[in-house]
Design a protein around this ligand. Structure first.
Ligand SMILES: [Zn+2]
Length: 149
């Protein structure tokens, strides 16, 4: 039987987080980020009724994976501006890989890098504020390469 390498539990950063249970090597594939592929706008509207968590992952196409619909524990990954994991797109699927070696007990982070279609209002800015505390923190989970439709 394969041992579970990661688990979701309470995070000191925000809500629940995803944590390593076993040592993880750089480059290892950890989990698929599952959920419904939808538009950012639709996912953002859902978020408002689920305050306190961001369950969306931005795809390079400008669409997002909404982990609140049919998602797995990957949706609990918190954002950090200097993350230890990265998401690699393969077609319309996304897999989380470790960037660096990770020790048991460490929380796993990705850079959400969300792209917002249209104007970034104060409301949106507030909703996606980052508090990761890294020296390079850009104070936002948004990728800063905003596009308009
Ligand atoms: Zn940050």
């Amino acid at each position: 039987m394969r041992l579970r390498r990661i688990t979701a539990r309470r995070s000191s950063v925000h809500g629940k987080g995803l944590f390593a249970l076993l040592p993880i090597g750089a480059g290892e594939r950890l989990i698929e980020y599952k959920g419904e592929v939808t538009s950012w706008r639709r996912a953002a509207a859902r978020q408002r009724s689920e305050v306190g968590h961001t369950f969306v992952f931005g795809l390079s196409s400008g669409r997002v994976i909404d982990g609140s619909r049919g998602g797995n524990s990957a949706r609990f990954m918190n954002h950090a501006c200097t993350p230890n994991c990265e998401a690699i797109e393969t077609g319309d699927r996304v897999f989380i890989h470790a960037i660096t070696a990770i020790q048991p007990g460490e929380e796993l982070f990705i850079d959400y890098g969300l792209t917002v279609a249209g104007e970034i209002t104060d409301d949106i800015r507030e909703q996606y504020a980052c508090h990761c505390g890294a020296p390079a923190c850009r104070r936002s989970m948004l990728g800063g390469r905003a596009t308009s439709l």
